[in-house]
Design a binder for this molecule. Structure first.
Ligand SMILES: *Cc1c(COP(=O)(O)O)cnc(C)c1O
Length: 432
């Protein structure tokens, strides 16, 4: 099993967070997102305790809300003492509606509009991660009008290619995000921010990639960020209070993926940071991390019902399920790998190869090609797709006007609806 919240019971049914998924499919219907709240909390605590061990109280763990954003997520984050990242006022609004404190929200984005910035200032969002000079100038004016000093981090690109998939690697010099250190633009904008009345520059942010399984890219980016911090201190007599190293630790989608020891990695990076600060005679800044995927991915599962099995002799087999790229677009987008299990036949040998496809009008509507399933797979079976907690619900769409599934939370042996299933009336509520 790819995560220890998965098991098989005596009836041969797949269990998730100790609960029978076949029963959950019956109770709540399919397609259905499940979220294991206990696993989300466990993942938060792994980060919080490792960071505390590494840095005392001088750290923050910031959940990247874009991985899964709905009110119940923010209630959990508040209870676990996490901060959150938002990339839109929609995410900020969701967090605030759930009672999440504004001062613990970090607002990201490479093109925040003036309405976005006005909303963030009105709501007293704690930190704005500034991505470009137009934004900085607008923010300074708006903060000036309000007579406040807005706390910001500057997003920098340390120039690292994490060797992960191109579309999710964001720390390179030619990225659409942030200011490049290499070109001198990071220094220029730092100088500008320090000169502004309406701005309090707390420090520097970077985010080098996603689905990263080692410490190397964090060690490299820390080296570059601390070097930059030193350079700025020497030239401008400004010592950054905070360095934010971003998110990106990987999760297991397949049995063959490595297991990530998050605590060991955090401690390794912390050792490096402390040594480097000593070498550069810098005070140890507050260190921030922004995990998204590794907080929620393995806490999620999607359940579907098989509608039909199509065999094309000599070619291939298809198993069609009652969802698709509308609830999980990640294979269609970047050929993401997933582990699939026929939940009501989880104990059976799986040696029948089929593409598991959705019901959208797109040939690319594939959940996963060449999946090994029991050869008895048939209409009515429940298929579980594992590790769907990150970037599934949050990337879901209404293509073909399919309804978005419910999100059901599993907690301490109980289940409850965190996001209700959409209705046909929901679909047309904006149509005149
Ligand atoms: C997406 C993102 C994260 C989270 O990345 P994961 O790979 O989900 O951990 C963190 N910080 C920023 C700025 C991001 O854009």
């Amino acid at each position: 099993m790819i995560c220890d919240n998965l098991s098989i019971n005596e009836q041969g049914h797949l269990c998730f967070a100790g609960q029978d998924t076949v029963e959950l499919a019956k109770q709540y219907g399919t397609p259905l997102y499940l979220m294991d709240a206990d696993r989300i909390r466990h993942n938060c605590r792994t980060y919080m305790s490792a960071m505390r061990k590494a840095y005392g109280d001088n750290f923050e763990v910031i959940y990247a809300g874009k991985a899964a954003s709905f009110k119940q997520m923010y209630r959990i984050m508040k209870e676990e003492g996490m901060c959150v990242d938002s990339v839109s006022i929609g995410e900020i609004f969701t967090a605030l509606s759930a009672g999440f404190p504004a001062e613990h929200i970090h607002f990201h984005g490479n093109n925040k509009t003036e309405q976005d910035l006005a909303f963030a200032l009105d709501q007293s969002v704690g930190t704005i991660v500034v991505d470009n000079t137009d934004e900085l100038t607008a923010l300074n004016e708006m903060a000036g009008d309000k007579g406040i000093k807005q706390n910001i981090l500057l997003r920098l690109t340390p120039g690292i290619d994490t060797h992960t998939y191109e579309a999710v690697s964001t720390g390179k010099v030619d990225s659409k995000f942030g200011f490049a250190i290499e070109t001198g633009q990071a220094e220029e904008v730092t100088k500008l921010a320090l000169s502004m009345e309406g701005i309090h520059l707390e420090g520097f942010h970077c985010h080098v990639g996603s689905q990263v399984f080692d410490s190397d890219s964090f060690v490299m980016s820390a080296t570059i960020m601390l070097g930059f911090m030193k350079d700025i201190q020497t030239k401008y007599d400004y010592t950054a209070e905070t360095i934010d190293l971003g998110g990106g630790y990987g999760v297991r989608y397949l049995e063959s993926d490595p297991t990530m020891d998050i605590e060991a990695n955090i401690l390794r990076v912390a050792d490096h940071i402390k040594t480097t600060c000593k070498e550069l005679s810098l005070p140890l800044p507050k260190i921030m991390m922004e995990p998204g995927r590794s907080i929620v991915a393995d806490a999620g599962m999607t359940l579907y019902t098989v509608g039909t099995v199509k065999e094309i002799p000599g070619y291939k087999n298809y198993v069609a399920i009652d969802g698709g790229m509308t609830d999980n677009p990640r294979y269609a987008l970047y050929e993401s790998a997933y582990t699939l299990v026929v939940a009501n036949k989880a104990g059976e040998a799986a040696d029948y190869i089929a593409d598991v496809v959705g019901r959208c009008c797109e040939s690319g509507d594939i959940i996963q090609p060449k999946v090994a399933l029991p050869k008895t797979v048939v209409k009515g079976d429940v298929i579980a797709v594992c590790t769907t907690g990150a970037y599934n619900y949050s990337m879901s769409s209404h293509y073909n006007r399919f309804l978005k599934p419910a999100v059901v939370m599993l907690e301490q042996g109980k289940s409850f609806v965190a996001v209700r299933r959409e209705t046909l009336d929901d679909l047309i509520r904006f149509d005149n």
